[in-house]
Design a protein around this ligand. Structure first.
Ligand code: SF4
Ligand code: SF4
Length: 361
């Protein structure tokens, strides 16, 4: 670990001063509600070549934003010139909640603003203490945050591609506060604690984990139900089962989550009443019949707005095609004239699926 600031750079006092400021900053991070906090020195990203290969395989699908600013992702000093260190934080979103048709992370309020505000408050404190400037990142820039989190000692890359912390599992969000101060870094997490386990690869319903730590997003239910703006490929629709938005399967089966996932502590992430305790079929029916005004009221500040109402209806049709029955045909028939472009075709597919498994048609 190098605690010496460069001659042209800002230092947080160097040596013991930098170390104590880093410790204080991490304590402040825990104080504002984060569950994990570590410090990384900015520099070349360990996983940059892996990320480039992943893009080269076409595994990002239609997520074109992933292909923008790839050169900036290769080195974490580049997105904001002058920055030297990062506080990297994790925020638990409640891995012990029951599994269900909506991925746990998306059941409550969107996490971006909440984390960003907290990181900014830490940046203000840091400036007051030691000067310098800072900038918060929560999926808001070309930064490989998971890479930085490993650098900051927060965990290792599981074979399901997620960062796993030995005391928390993987059900947490990651954010970072970059600073132009040089802070004492934590030791990177070097171990691979997956060992011979491959439960996540074996449990994936679509075989989207094509190899350990290699995710083909175009096959992943999370991508198909959240990021994809087009029709869901017909061959994949049956494999989506009753998942309406996102997928937690490769996290649910992970022994580290089974042992160490924590209760939800952040009230903002508590499931909204409109989602809580509803089974997939009931929720799919509600979404398919939902008008724009109800959608806006129900999903204000929700992570689920990313799919937009048309995307949620598309997903709902697929779920009804998989788990619905003849009682859902009338509702699906109404959706054949839905104004959202993808909904009629997915509703027609669902009607055919239900008809194919309904006896004595
Ligand atoms: S999120 Fe679901 S579909 Fe995607 S890799 Fe994990 S188990 Fe497979
Ligand atoms: S399920 Fe097993 S292989 Fe997959 S991330 Fe967890 S420990 Fe690693």
């Amino acid at each position: 670990m190098n605690t010496t600031a460069g001659s042209d750079g800002r230092s947080a006092g160097g040596g013991a001063g930098a170390e104590s400021l880093a410790s204080q900053l991490k304590a402040k991070a825990y104080g504002v509600g984060f569950d994990l906090a570590g410090i990384a020195t900015l520099g070349p990203a360990d996983t940059a070549s892996h990320f480039d290969e992943w893009l080269g395989h076409g595994y990002a699908g239609t997520m074109e934003y992933m292909e923008r600013h790839t050169e900036l992702r290769r080195d974490s000093r580049l997105p904001q010139p002058g920055m030297r260190s990062a506080l990297v934080v994790g925020l638990n979103y409640g891995g012990t909640q029951p599994t269900g048709p909506i991925a746990r992370y998306a059941r409550g309020d969107d996490y971006h603003r909440l984390m960003w505000d907290r990181l900014e408050s830490l940046g203000t404190w840091l400036t007051t203490q030691a000067g310098g400037s800072s900038r918060a990142f929560v999926d808001t820039g070309p930064v490989l945050e998971r890479d930085l989190a490993r650098q900051a000692g927060l965990g290792w890359f599981g074979k399901n591609t997620l960062l796993i912390n030995p005391g928390l599992g993987s059900f947490f969000f990651i954010g970072a506060l970059f600073t132009d101060l040089e802070l004492q870094p934590d030791a990177p997490f070097e171990e691979d604690r997956c060992g011979t386990c491959r439960k996540c690869l074996d449990a994936c319903p679509t075989n989207a984990l094509v190899a350990p730590r290699a995710l083909d997003s175009t096959q992943c239910v999370s991508y198909l139900t959240i990021e994809l703006r087009d029709a869901i490929p017909e061959t994949l629709r049956p494999k989506i089962g009753d998942l309406l938005y996102g997928c937690d399967i490769c996290q649910d089966v992970c022994p580290w989550n089974i042992s160490f996932a924590r209760e939800l502590a952040e009230p903002a992430f508590a499931p909204r009443a409109a989602l809580d305790t509803k089974d997939a079929r009931s929720l799919a029916r509600e979404l398919l019949a939902m008008d724009e005004e109800t959608y806006r009221a129900t999903f204000r500040n929700s992570a689920m707005k990313r799919a937009k109402l048309g995307g949620l209806k598309r997903n709902a049709a697929v779920v009804l095609g998989n788990v619905g029955d003849a009682r859902d045909t009338a509702l699906l028939s109404e959706a054949l004239t839905d104004a959202a472009p993808l909904v009629p075709e997915h509703a027609a597919w669902a009607i055919a699926q239900i008809a194919a498994r309904t006896p004595n048609r």
